[in-house]
Design a protein around this ligand. Structure first.
Ligand code: SF4
Length: 562
């Protein structure tokens, strides 16, 4: 028997250093780490000690004997990885050696903009290196970033990583200020007046557009906003969606598209025991949507979803996963990808879905491939998506979907585009509009002459683009912070004029409604209490006024979900 890493692995690699026999791969310094969907335990080497279980922040590791049906296949998935990547006993630490700031001398002061995973891992990386003073500034009234507002409510274990992040922030030297917008309530120059450095970890605020005619029609919406809506993001909580039709079409087939498809086809009774936003739950209770069709521009072996999320669809209650067997016919260019184990597994899963009889579920999720939208039509509301069939061409070594001229269409009253997140320009920082990132060299922000801008750093999606999973941010932050500390020790950072007290006083003047750690704990407690009363983990408050009242310890009415 062995332990097994399963679907929700966040790849933050906390487990690796705990394993006494060093049998968890890939490690972050291996080339395979970048493309691996999850980490794996070598069953031939595992001694079944369980040491890797407690440090996993998302409870993704189980004894083989305890695997429930949807996860049993992961025993084979872990073992298969080692068939193709024999264990090399050459790795001892998932994190690089760090350069520590001596306890004597100047205290390093850093402002971090953002309070999601990238910011939290930056805090952790700083605390590993220095007895630093860290001020975290977040524009939303609550922390968590995309863990709170992006991870689907039916993935509660993934959301538990917020508790790990919260414990990091209770360290001495860390102060968090929520409901404060940098560039509005406080400027970058003022942050640098009070800190040696500023790390921007703001993530990506919007989505890519498809750019096809009719995209602006009512009923054609962003999947990013839809996700924010059902997760209770204050900016989107009041959104309204027309769910009166029986079919939704999603443009794209990444994990966000799969999240949206699951939520649209889920039984509302199952969603009621999650932390889904109450208005979204109510809307979904009244939804008439019975079918979700995902249009992918390339083949099943190119699909953007991870095989773990794709596999999990097979266990959705009362939902048919529908794939026509014609999707299995690959052109020679695409077929060459089958040498890649991840692509080969996606293909194998596609074949399983195509061979599985359908018709038993009351709802269905259908995958169609090699299709791109070319126009949306409708009278005052989207009614039909016209698409073109693609073929795969090899262009400069890349597999490119090119239109064939053969078209078709599908009727729908709701189109959600899910073709990737995109960062927005940040005030007082350069911006690469093509890549939608802040130009940087390993985290140091650079100008148009590729010279570092003193005291300015980035981490997370705004540094590398919208790719990777939660744990990817850990190693991204390590790189950025290592350079920051190097610059500090070299005397390359300007000493701040103001100290921590002066910064707190300035913020209190500029943004009296800021929420501190005490306020967040009041919000957290109130949401959990409301959840307990409603049989779910938490009920999110979405109205900023209500959140401010709770943070100020005032009595409020709790929204009900049942
Ligand atoms: Fe390593 Fe023990 Fe986890 Fe097996 S159970 S992977 S030996 S830490």
């Amino acid at each position: 028997m062995a332990y097994v890493i399963t679907q929700r692995c966040c790849k933050d690699a906390s487990c690796i250093s705990e394993c006494p026999v060093d049998c968890i791969r890939p490690t972050p310094d291996q080339a395979e780490y970048a493309t691996a969907e999850i980490l794996h335990i070598d069953p031939a080497t595992c001694i079944d000690c369980g040491s890797c279980v407690p440090p996993c922040p998302v409870d993704a590791i189980f004894s083989e004997d305890d695997l429930i049906a949807p996860l049993r296949r992961y025993a084979d998935i872990n073992a298969d990885y080692y068939d193709k990547h024999p264990l090399q006993p050459d790795i001892t630490s998932p994190l690089p050696a760090v350069r520590r700031v001596p306890a004597t001398g100047r205290k390093l002061r850093v402002a971090i903009v953002g309070a999601g995973p990238a910011a939290s891992y930056a805090v952790e990386a700083l605390l590993r290196r220095a007895d630093a003073e860290i001020d975290v500034i977040e524009k939303l009234p609550t922390p968590g970033g995309l863990v709170r507002a992006g991870v689907a409510p039916d993935h509660p274990d993934t959301k538990r990583i917020i508790e790990v992040f919260d414990s990091t922030h209770t360290a001495a030297g860390v102060q968090r200020y929520f409901n404060v917008t940098v560039g509005e309530h406080i400027s970058q120059a003022e942050l640098l007046d009070h800190h040696h450095a500023v790390i921007y970890a703001v993530g990506t605020a919007t989505d890519h557009r498809t750019g096809v005619p009719g995209e602006e029609l009512p009923g054609s919406r962003s999947a990013t906003e839809f996700v924010a809506w059902y997760n209770g993001h204050p900016d989107c909580a009041d959104n309204e969606y027309d769910l009166t039709g029986d079919r939704a079409v999603i443009i794209g087939n990444g994990n966000v598209a799969l999240d949206v498809a699951r939520i649209l086809t889920a039984d509302p009774a199952d969603l009621a025991i999650t932390d889904i936003s109450p208005p979204a739950l109510e809307a979904l209770r009244n939804s008439m949507i019975r079918e979700v069709v995902l249009l992918g521009r390339r083949t099943p072996v190119h699909a953007a979803y991870t095989s773990t999320e794709f596999l999990a669809l097979a266990y959705l209650p009362n939902v048919d996963v529908v794939i026509d067997e014609s999707a299995l016919v690959l052109d020679p260019i695409s077929r060459s990808l089958l040498d890649d184990p991840t692509a080969a597994f996606k293909y194998a899963l596609t074949a399983e879905y195509a061979a599985t009889p359908t018709g038993s579920g009351s709802r269905r999720i259908e995958f169609r491939y090699l299709l791109s939208p070319v126009a949306y039509y409708g009278h005052g509301q989207v009614e039909r998506v016209k698409f073109v069939h693609n073929e795969i061409r090899l262009v400069d070594g890349a597999h490119v979907a090119e239109p064939t001229g053969r078209t078709g269409s599908i009727e729908t009253s709701l189109v959600l585009r899910s073709v990737g997140y995109r960062a927005q320009p940040i005030r007082d920082l350069p911006f690469d509009t093509r890549r939608a990132v802040v130009p940087n060299e390993q985290g140091r922000v650079i100008d148009s002459n590729r010279q570092p801008l003193r005291g300015l750093y980035v981490t997370g999606w705004v540094k590398r683009g919208a790719q990777g999973v939660i744990g990817t941010n850990r190693f991204d932050a390590e790189e950025t912070v290592e350079h920051l500390v190097t610059d500090f020790l070299a005397g390359a950072l300007a000493p701040p004029a103001g100290n921590r007290t002066a910064f707190a006083e300035l913020l209190a003047t500029r943004r009296p409604q800021y929420i501190d750690e005490t306020g967040w704990h009041a919000i957290d407690s109130a949401e959990r209490a409301a959840g307990q009363a409603n049989g779910c983990p938490r009920v999110k408050f979405t109205d900023t006024g209500t959140i401010l009242d709770i943070a100020a310890h005032k009595e409020v009415d709790y929204p009900a979900t049942t």
